[in-house]
Write a protein that binds this ligand. Structure first.
Ligand SMILES: NC(=O)c1ccc[n+]([C@@H]2O[C@H](COP(=O)([O-])OP(=O)(O)OC[C@H]3O[C@@H](n4cnc5c(N)ncnc54)[C@H](OP(=O)(O)O)[C@@H]3O)[C@@H](O)[C@H]2O)c1
Length: 256
């Protein structure tokens, strides 16, 4: 029997599916047969185009708008997803509010820290409150948070982003403990600086110093990140939970 990733009959919600990495996760889970709830925030056009593409691949899909920093909006989105597509078996918390350019602790605005707290920490709290109860009822579920290699690097100017992502890590490791008895896995994928559609159009010049420090001497691709998400979403990963999986060519290595 061939080993394969088969997500037919499963529904996946991907937050930030209108973004660079999220849209490739959506296509990849759809290739494995999953129906896809496409979440977006401001880019309705990108979300609609993605939904049409996914439907063309033969899966069910619809777009849902919400600010992930607002519990009310996430609960409204949950009700709309339940009504239109059903209850998600897989939740991928991928959205993030971008705050570029990053600044030093002394100069970064308080609003930037609040934005990262909302879009990384509260985002995951809101998704858990909205979608994990239905997983508990079924005694099955996959929750995957998209983190970043930055949480292990502590580079200057990244404090707002890193504090949000480290807070998210805390929420999700505790959640993994709490819902393990219900056969729900909670894992994180931590990409490095990834080549996505934007870089394929604009080029990658300026990344030489970064690439030279990566053990595999290259940047990863959006597809390589999506492959890790597909694995964790699948039955192949049925006994993996509480995991922080870097997809960064060895640029960070969690210690044992
Ligand atoms: N790209 C990388 O190299 C890289 C590296 C490490 C980690 N990551 C992580 O990977 C994830 C995706 O990154 P990306 O590069 O694909 O980002 P992106 O292209 O900027 O996409 C961000 C997504 O989040 C949504 N969003 C922004 N603010 C929101 C809000 N308040 N409420 C709800 N949704 C909101 C955006 O929706 P709209 O566009 O519809 O407004 C968009 O879909 C993030 O968690 C990021 O930290 C990325």
């Amino acid at each position: 029997m061939a080993v394969s990733i088969d997500l037919r009959g499963r529904l996946a919600l991907i937050t930030g599916a209108s973004g660079e990495l999220g849209r490739v996760m959506a296509r990849t889970l759809a290739q494995a047969g999953a129906d896809i709830a496409v979440h977006y925030h401001g880019n309705a056009e990108k979300a609609a185009a993605l939904v049409a593409e996914l439907q063309g691949m033969g899966v069910r899909s619809a777009a849902f708008k919400a600010d992930v920093g607002s519990l009310d909006e996430v609960l409204t989105m949950r009700d709309a997803i339940f009504a239109q597509l059903g209850k998600p078996d897989i939740v991928v918390a991928n959205a993030v509010a971008q705050i570029h350019p990053w600044d030093s602790v002394l100069d970064e605005s308080i609003e930037d820290y609040e934005s990262q707290f909302r879009s990384s920490v509260l985002h995951n709290v809101h998704l858990a409150k909205a979608f994990v109860p239905a997983m508990k009822e079924r005694q099955r579920g996959r929750y995957i948070g998209i983190n970043t290699e930055c949480t292990m690097q502590m580079h200057p100017t990244q404090s707002a982003y890193v504090s949000g992502k480290r807070g998210m890590d805390g929420v999700l490791r505790v959640l993994a403990q709490e819902v393990g008895p219900d056969q729900i896995t909670v894992n994180q994928v931590a990409p490095g600086w990834t080549i996505s559609e934007r870089y394929r159009h604009e080029g990658t010049s300026g990344d030489e110093a970064y690439v030279a420090a990566v053990p595999m001497r290259r940047r990863g691709s959006d597809q390589e990140v999506a492959n890790a998400v597909a694995f964790l979403a699948s039955d192949l990963a049925s006994f993996i939970t509480g995991c922080y999986l870097p997809v960064c060519g060895g640029n960070v290595m969690p210690r044992v």
